[in-house]
Design a protein. Structure first.
Lengths: 256, 337
């Protein structure tokens, strides 16, 4: 029995050693460059389209979220799937989905930031170009994991145990890419990984402006819950073309 | 008291070693609890809340501060710790059995349990590293059930009752069954195991609510199979029906032919009771829209159904002679044992 005890103690020590990290609390560095990927400089945006994303139907009332799972997240939060003001719809991605076939653009050198504040993503919807650096910041005094539910890009699930910034670069176009935190179930954001820099997001009142170069383009508006619409537009230098979209409450995707 | 018994083809002198048996029973209980905690991880969708493995957010998992067990981390990290504890128990159980047991079959069974628990740990790590692919998650769930069966078997084989020799159970002379009780119990256990496979497939394919009504399926007896998930979900319902038939058949057989044998009758009664509970929990899982505690209790009760069925099967093989007829003498039966 004494030999058995010694053997078991040795096994325990080995197991403890195997499970320990040589550099505790440190998260592996992500990509640091914001100039990943090649491509041409994007053409100058000399025209624009603008308008309003309207919402028809009853606006779902924001529901109070149950955040008691983490004492660090006790600030009252509500669902934000549908953000609407003055008959408009916010968080709609508007981007050029056709017109640049065969062209590759150099990603913007400026990183974009997705922040986690009070166990809540800010902003809820964000555009990032292929090859552009996305900095995911944890501003909370609690742990988060960044879990991007990728389909085209490499899987991403990284922990952020302390306030910190994790840079990440997406290699492929992906619209829309849900991001969630498995620690805090209510946290959700959407990323549009676009292959050209001509993309924007509607404000709370549904208004938007998208700057474009001269040319003929297919414009897509997409919302995480109310689906996608496309329109064609042709703009010349200096044009300010109105373009409105309307989403309906009845088009809402139902969850499982 | 000690006597010669034959286990796994080896005739040996059996010692009682009640300590080892109790330790095996303790491991069985901890494993059942571990399956419940594992079920909680899936029910709360917390499997990826700790993105690294074997570390936890960079910490040695045993040193991870309790203050940080928040949200989904609480479930995933608790599962890892309970799993480590069961792994530790299994190491002790395996080496204790190897040193103190004389029956080779039991010794190697203990080593098999050790191999299973190590593999299970690696599969658990892979589910995290590979981000919950259905195949790996299913393998993890099924190996958990297999491991549970192994430790139950060890607890049975190390019991004084088994070592002293189980009583012989003859069926009545007018028994006209074509399927012997050991074979029937084995078929029931196989059916339960396959049903647990289907359940794991459904759970890890997110098909638990592919059919939202019960007892009908999308308003029909047999639904239109418009998606893969509907087919997976419905197969689990069909499996439940088959398992219910098999368990009821086994229970009725024991009740009619072996009712004087407590070692068979009691687990058979427990089995049929667990079946009723399990069917109720299955229906409630659908009606409640996969409420966390109900769905988890459904997983844990499924494991208990399997464990009880395994126990009953072992006892049936140990108690009922292979060629059971009224003329078989007790002496012949003892020789068979």
């Amino acid at each position: 029995m004494r030999k058995l005890s010694l053997l078991l103690c040795s096994l325990m020590l080995l197991a403890l050693g195997a499970c320990s990290s040589s550099d505790t609390n440190k998260i592996p560095d992500g990509p640091t460059g914001s100039d990943a990927g090649g491509g041409d400089a994007p053409p100058a945006a000399t025209a624009s389209i603008s308008g309003k994303i309207s919402f028809e139907g009853e606006v779902p009332k924001p529901e109070k979220l149950q955040t008691s799972a983490d004492p660090n997240c006790m600030k009252a939060l509500t669902t934000e799937t549908t953000v609407s003001k003055d008959g408009g719809l916010g968080n709609v991605f508007i981007y050029v989905s056709g017109g640049f076939e065969g062209k590759t653009f150099a990603p913007p050198s400026t990183p974009v930031e997705l922040n986690q504040v009070d166990c809540h993503y800010v902003p809820h919807a964000i555009v990032v170009s292929v090859g552009q650096t996305l900095n995911v910041r944890n501003s909370d005094m609690t742990l988060h994991n960044i879990h991007a539910q990728t389909a085209n890009n490499a899987a991403l699930n990284v922990g952020q145990p302390v306030p910190m910034v994790t840079p990440h670069v997406f290699e492929k176009k992906e619209i829309l890419l849900p991001v969630k935190c498995d620690v805090h179930k209510w946290m959700g954001a959407f990323i549009a990984v676009v292959d050209n820099p001509f993309a924007t997001i509607s404000a709370e009142d549904g208004k938007y402006e998208l700057k474009l170069p001269a040319g003929k383009f297919q414009i897509t508006a997409i919302h995480e819950k109310y689906g996608m619409q496309t329109m064609m537009v042709e703009v010349k230098d200096g044009d300010k073309t109105p373009m409105n979209f309307t989403f309906k409450a009845s088009d809402a995707k139902t969850g499982d | 008291m000690s006597r010669s018994v034959r286990v796994a083809g080896t005739l040996v002198e059996g010692g009682e070693n009640i300590g080892l048996h109790r330790f095996a029973l303790f491991t069985v209980c901890c494993t059942a609890f571990l399956i419940f905690v594992g079920g909680l991880v899936t029910s709360t969708e917390s499997g990826l809340s700790v993105p690294d493995w074997p570390t936890t957010y960079g910490w040695n998992m045993f040193a991870f501060p309790v203050s940080k067990w928040v949200g989904g981390i609480f479930y995933e990290h608790s599962h890892r710790l309970v799993a480590s504890f069961v792994g530790f128990l299994t190491v002790i159980l395996a080496f204790w059995t190897w040193i103190s047991e004389k029956r080779n079959g039991v010794r190697w069974l203990a080593m098999g349990a050790l191999g299973a628990v190590v593999s299970q740990g690696i599969l658990g790590g892979l589910t995290v590293k590979l981000m919950l692919p259905t195949s790996v998650s299913m393998a993890h769930a099924c190996l958990a059930q297999t491991f549970f069966c192994l430790v139950i078997s060890l607890a049975q084989f190390t019991s004084p009752q088994w070592k002293q020799g189980l009583p012989i159970a003859h069926s009545p002379a007018n028994n006209s069954s074509t399927v012997s009780l050991p074979v029937l119990c084995s078929l029931t256990t196989a059916a339960v195991y396959v049903q647990l496979l289907l359940g794991a497939w459904m759970r890890h394919s997110d098909a638990g609510l592919a059919i939202r009504d019960f007892p009908l399926s999308l308003g029909r007896l047999i639904p239109h199979f418009t998606s893969r998930n509907i087919a997976i979900h419905f197969s689990h319902r069909v499996g439940a029906l088959l398992v219910a038939i098999m368990i009821t058949w086994t229970f009725l057989r024991i009740r009619s032919a072996y009712r004087k044998h407590d070692l068979l009758r009691k687990p058979a009664t427990v089995l049929v009771t667990l079946l009723c509970l399990q069917l109720t929990l299955g229906a409630s899982t659908v009606w409640s829209g996969k409420a966390v505690l109900i769905a988890t209790a459904h997983v844990a009760t499924g494991a208990l159904v399997l464990g009880t069925s395994v126990l009953l099967t072992l006892r049936a093989w140990g108690m009922v002679p292979a060629r059971d007829d009224a003329k078989t003498s007790t002496r012949e039966a003892a020789a068979w044992r």
